[in-house]
Structure formats: structure tokens, C-alpha cells
Design a protein around this ligand. Sequence first.
Ligand SMILES: *Cc1c(COP(=O)(O)O)cnc(C)c1O
Length: 420
Amino acid sequence: MTTPSPAWGPDFAALEAVDPQIAQLLLDERDRLNSGLQLIASENFTSPAVLAALGSTLSNKYAEGYPGRRYYGGCEVVDEAERLGIERAKELFGAEHANLQPHSGASANIAAYGAFLQPGDTVLAMSLPHGGHLTHGTKVSFSGKWFNAVHYGVSQDTEDIDYDQMRALAREHRPKMIICGGSAIPRLIDFAAFREVADEVGAILMVDAAHFIGLVAGKAIPSPVPYADVVTFTTHKVLRGPRGGMLVCKEEHAAALDKAVFPMMQGGPLMHAVAAKAVALREAATPEYHDYARQVIANAQTLTAALAAEGMRPITGGTDTHLALLDLQGLGVTGAEAEARAGAARIVLNKNAIPYDPQPPSVASGIRVGTPATTTQGMDEADMKAIASLIVRAVTDESQAPAVAAEVADLVAGKPAYPV
Ligand SMILES: *Cc1c(COP(=O)(O)O)cnc(C)c1O
């Protein structure tokens, strides 16, 4: 038996020998994942195949530029990896062009701003407290500091996107770019409505699909690609790839977006991450992944209904996607309390502002839960019902933490995130 060469991928023994402290932390994190429930809507468990590509020698290569047009020699191998990834992305999303180099979702968004806007230009996006994202024009982000951001929100009665308000603001402010998408939107987005408004006011339409692109890849929800000038996204949420960003766009915008990613906003690409994105795209094109995407939604709907039955009010009444926002005011618990109490019972979820929240964001009246990670573990609707009752017990009664944690351990023991 020959031992595999450590040159191509993860070699845990080498890490233990060089750095036992970090090696131990890797084991601790694996154990944390395996002993609790991960309900953070933006998290998932990427595959061993993706992890192997991430832990590879492709990390070493400087490859500023794009395949066939690099600023460094020796790029013939990484060129092939990036070409494979680009082709897979175009095929999977039916897109005219793809760029796999953005280091993160935020970096992909920075590139979209860079490609289409000048400092001071107006953008119209969903407000953060109603479910948008920091990079959609908040004051603490480049997007709000360097651009004039105008925000639409959700209507108070439906709690879903207020399309009338969005249209009215577009007509009034004539934004150069309109952004849809966000981090806490449980419902499908009407991309055609956004396209119509963008066309009417002559704006670029950017869809930030960070959260839901995996559901699109799995053909479980409609795609924004036919409607958008550019679709930006992360690769590590429902899509289940490595931590990173990506964008797809119309051919007419390809050159502008490529130049905005590099050299305008980034330096050398992370070629190990680009290769790992290519692996994830291949995995996402399989029938198994389609089943996964559908199960993610079925699980989210079952979890949401079960939480609703126990007094947590789902914003918009439910979900069409992988996540739900729950208003806890009826239970007399704040989002911050719920996050801490669930955490004490090994259920990891996050507090979240609800639309028109009377509490400050640091306290919040709601929680956000998502099913990408638990579904990757193989959990189904029956598990979701059990999880809902564990959440409610933990959140409403602090003294239940040890008992709930024990039941969580039983539940995850048979379906570990990473089998040991
Ligand atoms: C997660 C997210 C991002 C940012 O992704 P990072 O990889 O954390 O930079 C951007 N937009 C939306 C809507 C997101 O949900």
C-alpha cells in the first residue's frame, strides 16, 4: 500500500505534526457540526470532493487574468480547471457568460457595482431590515458610502416585497441599477416585475441570488437568469460548494464584469476555490442534487408549519424556499433570547429582525431558520417535526437546555454531517 501523496490534497497527519493546535481545532469543529443542529439558513455542509479540491496544490498558483490571457506563466493546468468551471456554470444556469473568480458574495456584488456604476450613482435595492443585504446600500458598506441608495421594503399587510413601492421609487429616483434578492426573503421573487420596471426606467437589473441560487441550480424554483443583466451569488449556501462568490451575465456585459472582478476589484484568483466551485457545479447538475433542492424546500415548509403550530408566527405566512422568518412576539421571547437558548441546547440558529420590528437589530423580534444543512445530512419531514418541537422547548424554557441537547445528540447521531 502506498500512502497517497500529500501534494494533492488534505493530509491530516502532516497538519497534526506541524500544528497540533490547529489540527485539534479542525477536529473540534467537526465534532461541533456532528453534535448539533445547524439551522443557519446561509450554511451548508460541502462535500468531501469539494474539500479535497480546496485543500490542494492549486492554492499555490498565481493566475491574474482569465484562461488563455494570464499575467503569469505556468497557468496551463489552472486554465483548464477554470474553463471547466465556466462551461459548467453556463450549462447549469443557461447563462451566456460566467465568472468564477469573486472571492465571496460581497466581492461579486462589488464587481457588479464597479461594472455598471460611477460613485454617486443611484441604486434601488431592498432595505436591510426588510430582508436585503449589507452590500445593497447600507451606510456601513461601500455600497451606501459611495453610492446613492434608495430602498424599497415589504408591505405591512402581506410582509412580501412591495412591488408598487418599488415601481414608484424607480420612477421617482431613476436608479442606474435595481437590485433584488436578500438574506431573509422566504418567498419567490417576481423577476419579471423587476425586469419590467428596470426596462421602464432604463436601469440595469442585478439579482443577488446568494441565498437561493442552489434552489435554481436544482430546478426547484424559477431562475432569474433570463431576466437579469447580472446574477451574483455565493457558492457556499444552498449551492453547497466552497466558500466563495460567482456571477453569470448576458454576453453584452461579459467584458465589463470580467474587468470589474479583475483588475478593478480583486487581484489573483484563488484557483483552489475556483476548482472547488467547478466540482460543486458538477455535483449540482446531478439528479441527486435536484432531489436535494426539492427536499430542502419540503423540509423548510414542514419545519415552518410545525413552528407555527406552536406559536411562532411565520413572516408572510410561510415559505417557498429554504428559509423562514419567525416572529416570536406571541411567545414573549426576543430573537436574541431565542438564539442564546437554542444555542445552549445545541441548536444553532440566528436572531433576525422582522419587518417593522419594534426591537433594535441587536435584540430583534424574530429568528431565521433554514434547512440546507440538515437536508444535506439526510433529514426529512419527520425530522423537521421533531426539530420544531425541540426548538420551541429550548426557546420557551431555559431549563430544558440539557434535556433538549441530549435529544438533539440522538437525532444527529444517525445522520452525522461528516461521518467519522
Ligand atoms: C450571503 C450574502 C452575500 C454575501 O456573501 P459573502 O460571501 O458573505 O460575502 C451577499 N448578498 C446576499 C443576499 C447574501 O445573502
